[in-house]
Write a protein that binds this ligand. Structure first.
Ligand code: TXD
Length: 315
């Protein structure tokens, strides 16, 4: 008998460092059933079994499975894609493009076949190029495809502000927009501490230092880990987006979404303020930026456009 109510189905394409964290966080937030997919034979099954052993401890009922067969992802409500290589010390995110665009092309072709209705959150780097690849190959550019970077970059900025001011992270809001690279744009006028503009609490040089540390934060973690890149904070950030979709929370979140005129950008997935609900990327909040922030966003978007041109040469 088909149950009257089905739990949502979450497909994780890539079951490595971030993939495993995604599965654990999804269980802890009781988001639904989880399928871990990877081309590495057996590993997704091993992680699925390990996380199934978490269920009694957390008091959560869910089906967790692992597979290397894309057909097992059929019917997924949301897909979170981490398939691809991570950075090694000294590498830029863009250095991953050659290898990861091939991987993302293969993933996207299978997603198009098996999961035509899923909301797709792309994490793999170089993020902006990988979101474009997914959108182009699946032919689903607007509401169902989004990239996770802005939530993470904004969280890093928020943490550094809270640490510097000795306040709760819960009271620090921030938006980091643009590409997920060294030219990302912390929009300082949108940053506040308990509603107080950040500019009233920190000097320009202190804010600049935090902005620069935010831009370099991924590389800072890579240099310390020596093997691999950040995985807990990216997973947490993507689960925040998936939860907003699955529970129709309509969170206002910075994310790489298709701009069709917003912020003067056309035909690019760039980090912008989005509203994420049951309709996926339901809206982009096309708000007015200062002339300097608008210029910085445009410059960052040009870098994204360059990456897209490189992707097109390889598709
Ligand atoms: O903010 C962000 N968006 C970034 C994203 C934050 C941190 C890390 N970022 C990127 O995510 C990173 O640069 C990588 O490109 C991805 C995944 O990072 P992760 O740390 O999870 O890498 P792992 O542990 O190597 O896992 C990648 C998995 C691994 O198990 C491979 O076997 C698998 O991807 N893989 C594939 N799965 C499916 N299909 C194919 N073709 C494939 N190729 C490799």
């Amino acid at each position: 008998m088909t149950p009257k109510f089905q739990r949502p189905k979450i497909g994780l394409i890539g079951s490595g460092q971030i993939g495993g964290q995604l599965a654990l966080l999804a269980v802890q937030k009781q988001l639904g059933d989880i399928v871990l997919f990877d081309i590495a034979a057996d590993m997704p099954k091993g992680k699925a079994l390990d996380i199934s052993h978490v269920l009694p401890v957390e008091g959560v009922d869910a089906r967790i499975s692992g597979t290397s067969d894309y057909a097992d992802l059929k019917g997924s409500d949301v897909l979170i894609v981490t398939a691809g290589l991570p950075r090694k010390p000294g590498m830029s995110r863009d250095d991953l493009l050659d290898t990861n665009v091939k991987i993302m092309k293969s993933v996207a072709e299978n997603v198009k076949t098996y999961c035509p209705d899923a909301f797709i959150i792309v994490i793999s780097n170089p993020l902006d190029a990988m979101v474009y690849t997914m959108a182009k190959i699946t032919g689903r550019p607007k509401t169902p495809v989004v990239g996770m970077a802005g939530v993470l970059d904004s969280s890093r900025f928020r943490f550094f502000v809270a640490e510097r001011l000795g306040v709760s992270v819960a009271d620090v809001t921030a938006f980091v927009l643009g590409g997920h690279g060294d030219d990302m744009v912390p929009v300082v006028p949108f940053c506040s501490v308990g509603g107080i503009p950040l500019t009233q609490l920190l000097s320009q040089s202190e804010i600049d230092a935090i902005a620069n540390r935010t831009r370099q934060a991924g590389g800072e973690v890579v240099a310390l880990l020596k093997t691999g890149s950040a995985f807990m904070s990216p997973a947490s950030s993507a689960i925040c987006m998936a939860e907003s979709y699955l529970r129709d929370k309509k969170r206002v979140l910075p994310a790489a979404a298709l701009c069709e005129g917003e912020f003067g950008l056309h035909g690019l997935h760039v980090g912008v303020p989005t509203v994420i609900g049951a309709g996926g990327v339901e809206r982009i909040l096309d708000v007015k930026l200062s002339s300097s922030d608008q210029a910085a966003l445009a410059a960052s978007a040009e870098h994204v456009r360059d990456l897209v041109l490189e992707v097109d040469k390889r598709l």
